[in-house]
Design a binder for this molecule. Structure first.
Ligand SMILES: C[S@@+](CC[C@H](N)C(=O)[O-])C[C@H]1O[C@@H](n2cnc3c(N)ncnc32)[C@H](O)[C@@H]1O
Length: 222
């Protein structure tokens, strides 16, 4: 995880934003968590991972693993290096990815959307919105340049709604990047991109080969 106060480029110094300053029209107060078996959980819905400090630590550590996997980059699509102005991170968790992106691209506005909403200090161009991304049209976000979703397998009733919203609200030349698992790719790429099952499996197989290529990627014992 990047140090929030670590200036990533030679742009203007980053001022801290107020922690979690929600502005979306549908923004909600994060519901109080429920305690079960010594862990805290979101009180309703389909999301079954905890939402406590141990989970936040896990998400932040997992972010490091993603960075190692992608050779220090935040992802693969062109909007990782070339700035997206209006960026949406669906299911932002601790906001660790969104905050890193905002720090790297200070001219961007990055919205982290999450049903739980963990307030994290971030730069002025990062904001947290607490809402269920399946509950509403994303119109209030305006035209989006880059939609990012990571580790969201099993979070949604239907992934089609998410992809449709992204397609509808992305500007021309906008990008949707989903980082996840083969099962998710199979459903999405066959239904939305009309790939065959074999094409998707070959794609995933090539991705796995590259993940194992130690000339490209670094690994740490965890
Ligand atoms: C496994 S975490 C991934 C967090 C983050 N994307 C990352 O890679 O660090 C999934 C996150 O999605 C959020 N989430 C689950 N269902 C959601 C929904 N329908 N709308 C918005 N956020 C959701 C959860 O609260 C949780 O923070």
């Amino acid at each position: 995880m990047s140090d929030y106060y670590d200036d990533h480029d030679s742009g203007a110094p980053t001022e801290p934003s107020s922690v979690a300053s929600p502005t979306g029209p549908n923004n909600r107060e994060p519901p109080p968590p429920v305690e079960e078996n010594g862990r805290l959980y979101h009180p309703r819905g389909r999301y079954h991972f905890p939402s406590d400090q141990a989970e936040k630590d896990r998400l932040n550590l997992q972010h490091e693993a993603w960075l190692l996997t992608f050779n220090g980059e935040l992802g693969l699509c062109p909007k990782i290096r070339e700035m997206g102005h209006n960026v949406l991170d669906i299911g932002t968790g601790t906001g660790v990815w969104a905050i890193d992106y905002a720090l790297k691209h200070k001219g961007s506005m990055v919205t982290g959307l999450d049903i739980t909403g963990h307030p994290s200090p971030g730069p002025m161009n990062y904001k947290l919105e607490v809402d269920d991304c399946e509950d509403q049209d994303w119109q209030w976000l305006g035209n989006i340049d880059f939609v990012f979703a990571r580790a969201m397998t099993g979070c949604f009733e239907t992934m089609e709604y998410i992809v449709d919203q992204a397609k509808f609200h992305l500007r021309p030349n906008g990008w949707l990047e989903i980082q996840g698992l083969e099962g998710l790719c199979l459903r999405l790429f066959t239904q939305q991109l009309n790939w065959t099952r074999e094409q998707v499996l070959e794609f995933c197989s090539r991705a796995r080969q590259q993940l194992k290529d130690r000339n490209i990627h670094a690994y740490l014992p965890m």
